[in-house]
Design a protein around this ligand. Structure first.
Ligand code: MTE
Ligand code: LUZ
Ligand code: MOS
Length: 766
């Protein structure tokens, strides 16, 4: 275990007592006004005339702002500038914001927002990614990665499977919706409280929209009620709109999205369509692979480029791909602009290879786990099966021992036998089992984003205030950062407080994303704390007469041989001697590089690994199913906080299970999202946790020099949910004993999809 002691989440007391302050809970200043957004009713149309007279006349309305009221750039795109804050003449999806209405209350603003009348010229709406891609409607140029000669290996392969498949998108469903509250200050300054994973980008976008400098904008976020990627770029719209209104009115303006609006306005996980062609030998080893992936980008690029890159770089998941040809297309459709969601394209890339592993096994009549294992990367650097298709060595590979440990401890072999026996005597209820591995690359795949800053203040009573660039969304980053500082200064946790994330404290931060929050910011605050400790060690050495190397900091005491002094007393002595009692810190991840054109390089600092074994029972008459048991094993390296890490593993797993089995996004013919509330969009509940739910951390030490040799944990566990999908597929396959061939199960595997698969199998194989 790590040298840092285990703690509960630093805000647990506030979460459970309801005293945690989220953006909407902050005391409202006198004169605060409330905004709502007027949304496009059309998927694709040109506005000829907008009549806002009924909006303006509605009860409590103060005023309305449209695109022409934006003093600076009407733009909130994170990379490519194709994302207007407010639609300016062209409507590109149902739900696109067109105007801001400001009223004396939230309800008055919301009621008024619906009263706009438009005269439009309707344009053809593109709602289907495949059709869009076929027409060349893309938000960015296609990506292409090649190694070896896939076509000739495919042609020569003894076995070959070809087909098309797709997986659905997913709403982030953070419990706290998007919200921003803007407070104008003197000299055109703007303070914005915003629920965001990316305060610095909010600052820059607000500055551009208001046509002021970044030094005039301050963005603050103490915590989010969940982000899951949905507040990485798309909190910008809300921050910008609140700030635009506040800037004009010179009064505080709060903009909070109701769930329906939030779901209709903001982007989600990209749904993906696949075309695949895989060649393999009699053992199920892949020989050649050709894949085209089409993602639904929506109406603008947002983060679709980096998402597609991560999908391409996770097509291998745990497996060596010798000769491979991958294309990725980001299709432009008249729907919400899809964005980051836990895993960031990684799940969509890796899911396809797992689907192929499963198909290959069923084609050959082999156990899927055996086929998976025979395709693993080889841990030997001398072996050619050591390099990913993008050229990065899979160093520190623990796939084999980790999967084998789970296989043993969760009794895969015995349970496989028991399930075969059960299914033989059970005609309607069928059980299924799957063991799936995960390998996930850690670092932003955009190299320059891998940097972070920290700032540590020690006050005269010996208490410590910490700022860092990361944001808290429930994942526990503040707890881990607090542990780092407490350990480095040898003070107890109650002496350390993590301040709200604030752009005026740490400049030019990256989003808290790509699971790198603690890796980056943990190292940055450690750098700051070590500088402080060195200054204090020098002083303690002078006071004690002992060498600096003999000075130790622990339990709120500073010791040097027989000499000892309370930490707080040493701080007072340091102050009197005019020693600087605060320090900044910085970190940039070493050794990573990426050639985007060739799609080659070593974009990741290291890999995180895991494996999952799930067992399900399926009712083949209704398509209903239940998760009976799950065993998870995750490699968090030398975990900084095992309790928090286990929580991340369980939460990620259940969220991934929701994506693959329950959550279904449906747009109607007019392009309106029909599933825009929990009444029609089903996410997993606590009752969906399996009765047997065993989560363990794999005993490992990160080979890379990360903070205390820990590994990231935020996103990779979502992919452990593949085990549930393939266990369901295993159960469906069992409707024919000794079945060989393709099980036509759609993703998400909703009861409807399961029933479809069962009926297709029954009708084609009588
Ligand atoms: N856990 C909670 N409780 N809430 C969240 O919003 N977001 C996930 C993950 N775990 C999330 C979460 C996502 S998408 C990421 S990228 C990481 O947390 C970000 O935090 P980290 O880098 O500190 O792990
Ligand atoms: N790359 C990545 C990114 O791997 N994860 C991210 O969340 C991200 N965000 C923005 C740009 N690149
Ligand atoms: Mo997480 S999708 O990188 O915010």
């Amino acid at each position: 275990t790590s040298p840092v002691t285990q703690r509960v989440h630093e805000s647990a007391w506030a979460h459970v007592t309801g005293k945690a302050l989220y953006t909407d809970d902050l005391p409202e200043l006198q004169g605060t006004l409330h905004a709502a957004l007027g949304l496009s009713p059309y998927a694709h149309a040109r506005i000829l005339k907008t009549d806002l007279s009924k909006v303006k006349a509605s009860t409590g309305v103060i005023t309305v702002f449209t695109a022409s009221d934006i003093p600076g750039d009407n733009q909130c795109g994170p990379i490519i500038k194709d994302d207007p804050i407010l639609a300016d003449g062209l409507l590109q999806y149902v739900g696109q914001p067109v105007f801001i209405v400001v009223a004396d209350s939230h309800e008055h603003a919301r009621k008024a927002a619906r009263l706009a009348e438009y005269e439009v010229e309707m344009l053809p709406a593109q709602l289907h990614p495949r059709a869009a891609a076929a027409d060349g409607q893309l938000v960015i140029p296609p990506m292409h990665l090649r190694r070896g000669d896939a076509q000739s290996r495919l042609a020569a392969a003894p076995h070959r499977i070809q087909g098309q498949w797709q997986v659905g998108g997913q709403e982030q469903f953070y419990l706290e919706g998007q919200i921003a509250s803007a407070i104008p200050g003197e000299g055109n300054t703007m303070l914005v409280y915003c629920s965001t994973q990316h305060p610095s980008e909010m600052q820059h976008i607000v500055a551009h929209a208001l046509h002021i400098g970044s030094h005039q904008v301050q963005v603050v976020c103490r915590r989010m009620g969940g982000g899951f990627g949905g507040k990485e770029s798309q909190s910008a719209l809300w921050a910008a709109c609140a700030a635009i209104a506040a800037s004009h009115l010179r009064r505080p303006v709060k903009l909070r999205a109701d769930r329906d609006d939030d779901m209709q306005v903001t982007g989600k996980r990209h749904d993906f369509c696949y075309d695949y062609d895989a060649g393999f030998d009699a053992d199920g080893r892949l020989l050649g692979l050709s894949v085209q992936m089409i993602s639904r980008a929506g109406f603008s690029a947002d983060l679709s480029g980096p998402v597609a890159t991560r999908a391409v770089c996770h097509l291998d998941n745990a497996y060596f791909l010798s000769d491979v040809d991958v294309r990725a297309l980001c299709a432009k459709t008249n729907t919400q602009s899809n964005t980051a969601f836990r895993g960031f394209g990684g799940p969509q890339g890796a899911l396809l290879i797992e689907y192929l592993m499963d198909d290959i096994a069923r084609h050959l009549g082999k156990d899927p786990y055996e086929v998976r294992r025979s395709n693993f990367y080889d841990p030997d650097p001398a072996n050619e099966r050591y390099l990913t298709h993008y050229g990065q060595p899979v160093a520190d590979n623990v796939l084999q021992p980790l999967s084998e440990q789970l296989h043993q401890e969760a009794n895969y072999a015995a349970r496989r036998e028991a399930i075969l026996a059960f299914n033989r005597q059970s005609p309607v209820l069928k059980k299924g089992l799957a063991l799936t591995p995960v390998k996930f690359g850690i670092a932003f795949n955009v190299t320059h984003l891998n940097q972070a800053g920290g700032l540590v203040h020690i006050y005269l009573d010996g208490t410590v205030l910490v700022n860092h660039g990361g944001t808290e969304m429930g994942q526990g980053i503040h707890t881990k950062i607090l542990q780092v500082v407490a350990r480095e200064l040898g003070v107890s946790a109650d002496k350390v407080r993590i301040a709200a994330t604030d752009t005026s404290k740490i400049a030019n931060t990256s989003a808290t994303a790509a699971s790198t929050g603690t890796d980056l910011n943990g190292k940055a605050v450690q750098d700051a704390a070590i500088q402080l400790r060195q200054r204090l060690s020098a002083l303690a050495s002078r006071l004690s007469g002992a060498p600096e190397t003999a000075v130790h900091f622990s339990d709120n005491q500073v010791t040097a041989g027989d000499w000892t002094m309370p930490f707080a007393e040493l701080i007072q002595k340091a102050y009197l001697q005019r020693i600087q009692l605060w320090s900044d810190g910085f970190y940039a991840t070493p050794g990573i590089h990426w050639n985007a054109a060739a799609m080659q390089g070593s974009p990741f600092q290291y890999f995180a690994y895991g494996a999952a074994l799930s067992e399900v029972i399926v009712d083949t008459l209704t398509g209903e199913w239940k998760l009976l048991a799950t065993d998870l094993l995750y490699d968090a390296g030398q975990s900084i906080n095992p309790a928090i890490d286990r929580g991340q593993v369980e939460g990620g797993f259940i969220q991934g299970m929701g994506w693959l089995t329950m959550e279904e996004l449906v747009w109607n013919k007019e392009g309106k999202l029909s599933t825009h509330a929990p009444s029609t969009y089903k996410i997993p509940a606590v009752s969906d946790c399996p009765a047997h739910f065993n989560t363990r951390l794999f005993s490992n030490v990160n080979a890379a020099d990360t903070i205390y040799r820990s590994k990231a944990v935020g996103e990779p566990p979502l992919l452990l949910a593949f085990s549930v999908f393939f266990a369901i597929r295993d159960a469906v396959a069992a409707i024919h004993s000794d079945f060989k061939g393709h099980v036509p199960l759609a993703a998400p595997a909703t009861p409807e999809a399961i029933l479809n698969a069962v009926q297709t199998m029954q009708s084609t194989l009588k």
